[in-house]
Design a protein around this ligand. Sequence first.
Ligand code: GLN
Length: 239
Amino acid sequence: MKITIGHFYPDLLNLYGDRGNILAIKKRCEWRGIETEVKEFSIDDEVDFSGLDIVFLGGGSDREQLIVCKRLKEIQKDILDYVQDNGVILAVCGGYQLLGHYYQLEKEKIEGLSVLDIYTIAGQKRLIDNVILETDFGSVAGFENHGGRTYIGDHKPLGKVLYGNGNNGEDGQEGVLYRNVFGTYLHGPILPKNPNLTDELIARALTRKYGTAALSPLDDCIEIQAKEYIIERFLKEKS
Ligand code: GLN
């Protein structure tokens, strides 16, 4: 079995160690004897989505998002087809915002891909905090740092915020889960901190490709201990 990961524009979208997400997917596959290949795309590269099993878009500054969004618009149809074909995507922060209709800045508008029926508006104050979520896949811990507030309408959120701000600091929701698309504000990077989520992505990619995904259990006791410590620390602080 083999998983091919498409890393989009790592030279432009890579904040707070987002690249660690690729390493987590690779490592957890390798530990189970699943082969991986990472294809890093630069902005001018042609992309054949039929060869990709997981697409990763990291976070970026507003300036970088403005550069990237023009190129993404050119390959919008291919990305929409990939999503409809149940392709797996993990999009973090700036990458997540780009999956929506737009990100409205004070003076400019960053056009998005409209993969998700969501939009983002720049707020006055940045939302910077640790974040704890309750999700369908168990607890998720991460770190957020964003100026944008995202409104997800009827979409299902990735999780309920137990600590932190999430999508907009108002509705207690974080991220979006749509088909096999995971959009989230969480850096950390999110996957090394949350092996449960990493395995969910791997399992979905394998199921789409091979029709089955029996992932052998790994010894995650160190990762789990680290996460439990963070959860306890911040939830205690809140109560
Ligand atoms: N530039 C976006 C914002 O500030 C995304 C930031 C990020 O990716 N961390 O909202």
